[in-house]
Design a protein around this ligand. Structure first.
Ligand code: ADP
Ligand code: MG
Length: 690
């Protein structure tokens, strides 16, 4: 069958092996790929401006005939070539200049019709356009596609001009659109007022008007969201068919732990725990993400979940991204929980120790193991793994995240993140997970006072720090790098530690920690800081993740413009963990608007959700989530940030559709299934197995 999805672009007129290769690089292999190669933007050429009405200072479009062309070298600089073209229409003439593009003379033969688009300037007394974009109009097709309308502007694969690509796409649409099958079921289109596929593709490339362009954009975005959600939703629904472990969630161990805590759980913690409990008591495997700002008390909730698994005779594994964090959790849990056997497994554990732990994990002698990536090693074999907890999930790849649960038989999985994001967005990347949110901090926490200082105010920052130190409080000073860079003029932790120790803070006990120190040394320094033997800790971002020292009340972040917004917020979360008011000082000489925006957002907002939203807006979803985390970078046209409502609807429709027809067997879903399989070949497997 000659479906556009299966026909190589090789069969298009004008596409030889060379262009085929160029297209392949841009991800265009089939005719349908080309039809889904959307314009980057549009140029409004519905209103061409008569030359007599050109206005200096404005960016305008004209259609004119080439009258004369001249080229010369600048008399000032010999190698500076100027192409000057005089063009005119019925109302007047104007001159256009291009610099150092001598080959242009091939294009501007007198008599040729051209479209010119650019800024109009006053040159002496004369109007001129310099370096305008231009397009040659050769025939009726060109004028139909490029004049008097919204004109598509594409990212150009190598060797193409807008004109050739436009014509190629137009021809392809004309010939193959009738063969393209609508993939969205009629009901879904009707319910959501979506344009049909043919009309959408036509209007996304060559809009009849702005309204139709918008409708086309909506429809094609919906389609992308919808296809993207289906595998996630399928995975989620199928999980309900799987048999996991029905844990014994009520018991001494959990209730003893909770009543033994020196505080009462917040309402949000209780609610999250209740949701987890319901998941764990049911035989369906849990896949839940627990979102909550730094310091909101996720770890306590996770620990309680671990105990639910353990009191029924299962093992729990708790994976964290850094050794420091592993140690901290290990110590805390050992202190809070009695009557279970807890071990720590990290990359720097000694071989003998490791072998012993492997054995104990295998025999079931260890109830709870806390560790880093080291937990993923092949030698780690559980007797009966019942719960997997993964902290700071974004520090692990998707693949890594799946490895640990694979060591059990459908164990429950709890994933935690301190970079909370709006719910609608969460469904794009965590779409196959259930979602719990801790949206409040424990009571009594004072907001952290955040101050922006310029480099010149550093003295003042040091004074603030000293005031805290004199009260017996502790301080962090954070640098973006270990070694200073003269080129970029940023101070590094190592040298500043020496300077500060001998100078400004000579009356206090200083410590230094960074990622190049041996693990034992890092641990030693951290311990000394925790126990109060160190007053002031000079550090790099190794501190970013989850360190908990309530007595630390002041943090100074140097070259703050070099950190991302979420990262700054994570760092800041290391203070304000006790009863006393804390301060965070951001020192920078931020130059760019973006950096200034970031820093002022830090001063303005304390809520992690708000910060994450801002960060998302600044960086865009692709950057924010990191490339390999998810398929967001595959979205070609849809934008989860600006089209949240549409995304939500697509999600709901996906749930409804698969809820009624899990294997897409009904007649009205056949074309959708075809499209899906072609987009995600693994979908078939997903439908049939696990
Ligand atoms: P997160 O992992 O979400 O960053 P933690 O679980 O590390 O937060 O909790 C931060 C600090 O707050 C810890 O010292 C913890 O003991 C304490 N904490 C947790 N829950 C409460 C609560 N309900 N009331 C008071 N303090 C709490
Ligand atoms: Mg934490």
């Amino acid at each position: 069958m000659d479906k556009p999805e299966h026909i190589s672009i090789r069969y298009l007129k004008g596409i030889g092996p060379k262009r085929e290769k160029v297209f392949a690089k841009a991800g265009i292999n089939t005719i349908s790929d080309l039809m889904y190669y959307f314009p980057r933007r549009y140029e409004d050429r519905t209103h061409l401006v008569p030359i007599s009405q050109l206005r200096p200072g404005e960016t305008q479009t004209i259609k004119a005939k080439v009258l004369a062309l001249g080229q010369h070298n600048s008399w000032r600089r010999r190698r500076f070539n100027i192409t000057e073209v005089a063009v005119g229409d019925d109302t007047g003439r104007v001159s256009c200049v291009w610099f150092n593009q001598p080959y242009l003379k091939e294009y501007f033969k007198p008599g040729t019709e051209v479209i010119l688009y650019g800024k109009v300037e006053l040159y002496g007394a004369k109007l001129q356009m310099s370096n305008p974009e231009f397009e040659i109009i050769n025939d009726a097709t060109d004028s139909q596609l490029s004049v008097g309308r919204l004109v598509p502007v594409y990212s150009l694969p190598e060797g193409f001009s807008q004109r050739t690509l436009r014509r190629l796409i137009k021809n392809t649409l004309d010939k193959y659109l009738p063969k393209l099958k609508e993939c969205l079921p009629y009901d879904i289109r009707r319910r959501n007022n979506l344009l049909n596929l043919v009309k959408s593709l036509l209007n996304i490339h060559f809009p009849e008007n702005t309204e139709l362009q918008k409708e086309a954009y909506t429809r094609l975005s919906f389609e992308e969201f919808f296809l993207f959600q289906l595998p996630l939703v399928l995975r989620k629904l199928k999980r309900k068919d799987k048999r996991g472990i029905a844990h014994k969630v009520d018991g001494e161990l959990v209730s003893g732990f909770i009543s033994g805590l020196p505080f009462k759980l917040t309402w949000a913690q209780e609610k999250a725990l209740e949701e987890i409990k319901l998941d764990m008591v049911s035989p369906q495997p849990m896949q839940r993400i627990l979102q909550g700002d730094v310091g909101s008390g996720k770890t306590v909730v996770a620990t309680a979940a671990g105990l639910m698994a353990i009191q029924g005779g299962y093992q729990a594994a708790f994976m964290v991204p850094t050794e420091i964090l592993a140690w901290q959790h290990f110590n805390k849990i050992k202190e809070q929980v009695k009557g279970i056997s807890v071990s720590l497994l990290t990359g720097s554990s000694e071989k003998k120790e490791k072998d012993k732990i492997y054995k104990q994990i295998g025999s079931g002698d260890i109830d709870l193991v806390i560790g880093t990536h080291a937990l993923l090693e092949g030698k780690v074999k559980f007797k009966n793994l019942g719960l997997v907890i993964i902290d700071e999930q974004h520090k692990f790849g998707v693949g890594q995240r799946a490895l640990l649960p694979a060591k059990g038989l459908n164990p429950d999985v709890l994933i935690m993140t301190a970079t909370p994001i709006p719910r609608t967005l969460a469904i794009t990347i965590y779409g196959d997970l259930d979602d719990s949110v801790i949206h409040e901090l424990p009571p009594g926490r004072l907001p952290i006072k955040t101050i922006l200082f310029e480099q010149a105010d550093r003295r003042q920052a040091y004074k603030l720090a000293k005031d805290e130190l004199k009260l017996g409080k502790q301080v962090y000073i954070i640098y973006p790098v270990i070694d200073e860079s003269y080129v970029m003029d940023i101070a590094g932790a190592k040298k500043m530690y020496v300077d500060l120790k001998a100078g400004e803070f000579k009356d206090f006990k200083l410590g230094l920690i960074h990622g190049r120190l041996k693990q034992e040394e890092q641990d030693k320094v951290m311990d000394e800081f925790k126990s109060g033997k160190i007053d002031l800790l000079v550090s790099t971002t190794v501190l970013e993740v989850g360190i908990d020292v309530p007595n630390a009340t002041c943090m100074i972040i140097e070259s703050a413009e070099r950190f991302g917004l979420s990262q700054l917020h994570q760092l800041r979360g290391r203070v304000g963990r006790g009863k006393d008011e804390s301060t965070c000082v951001l020192i920078s000489n931020a130059q760019t608007e973006e950096a200034k925006h970031r820093l002022s957002a830090m001063a303005k907002y304390s809520d992690g959700f708000r910060i994450a939203e801002e960060d998302l807006r600044i960086r865009g979803p692709g950057e924010f989530f990191g490339k390999e985390q998810h398929g967001l970078s595959e979205l070609k046209i849809a934008n989860p940030l600006s089209q949240m409502q549409l995304l939500k609807r697509a999600r709901e429709e996906a749930l409804k559709l698969l809820g009624a027809d899990l294997r897409l067997e009904s007649r009205q879903n056949l074309l959708l299934k075809e499209k899906l399989l072609q987009k995600f070949p693994e979908y078939e497997k997903l439908m049939l197995v696990g």
